[in-house]
Design a protein. Sequence first.
Length: 82
Amino acid sequence: MTDRISADRVLTGAERSRADNAAGEREGYRALSYVIAGPLAYGGLGWVGDHFLGTQFLLPLGLVLGLGLSVYMIIKRYGAVR
């Protein structure tokens, strides 16, 4: 009877480990989407601004600003636990 109980605990531990790994993957993909979406969105706004205003500095500014905001959002969401 004790062998069966320990086997159930091992199975539960393995399932818990898989669930933790899946949660970690989701958080990683979410952070990656922030890094991609920030420069894409703000770079796109900069490109549109450059196109209509005839300037050449808004696209690089939008890319840098978007990346900076993405890093800020990642730190804010996944920062160190207090």
